[in-house]
Design a protein around this ligand. Structure first.
Ligand code: DGP
Length: 112
């Protein structure tokens, strides 16, 4: 836990969020600025800055499994997108690992 980290505070429930699912090691909540009808952020509870710092395949597996469960529950049977931004050129603005789970509309490519 990093005391200054926004997503650590959300994981610790000291800042409110619209939580859609949680496990012992992960939390999923709706993005405050949704870019699609479903826009959920899936995070580890543990403070990991970005994908560059991931060294725990089990944690990654849990994030994948939780995301698939949420996509199913949200009715995204036509598909969905799972994105993580890494660093400033990647467009990362919150430095606690998070995966954007986006769905409910047709996605475009390439991303901006
Ligand atoms: P990124 O730019 O990839 O680091 O994504 C950060 C996302 O976090 C962005 O889509 C907006 C979202 N966000 C920022 N602050 C909050 C917050 O306080 N609550 C929630 N639910 N989402 C937030």
């Amino acid at each position: 836990m990093s005391s200054e980290c926004l997503f650590c505070k959300i994981a610790g429930r000291s800042i409110p969020a619209d939580v859609v699912a949680e496990t012992d090691n992960a939390l999923a909540f709706r993005d405050i600025n949704p870019q699609a009808p479903t826009h959920v952020l899936v995070i580890p509870r543990q403070h990991v800055e970005s994908l560059e710092e991931v060294d725990d395949p089990q944690m990654m597996g849990e994030l994948v499994t939780l995301s698939r469960m949420i996509a199913s529950r949200e009715g995204l049977e036509n598909g969905w997108r799972w994105v993580t931004n890494v660093g400033s050129d990647g467009g990362q603005s919150v430095f606690h690992l998070h995966f954007h789970l986006l769905g409910g509309r047709r996605m475009t490519w390439p991303p901006g």
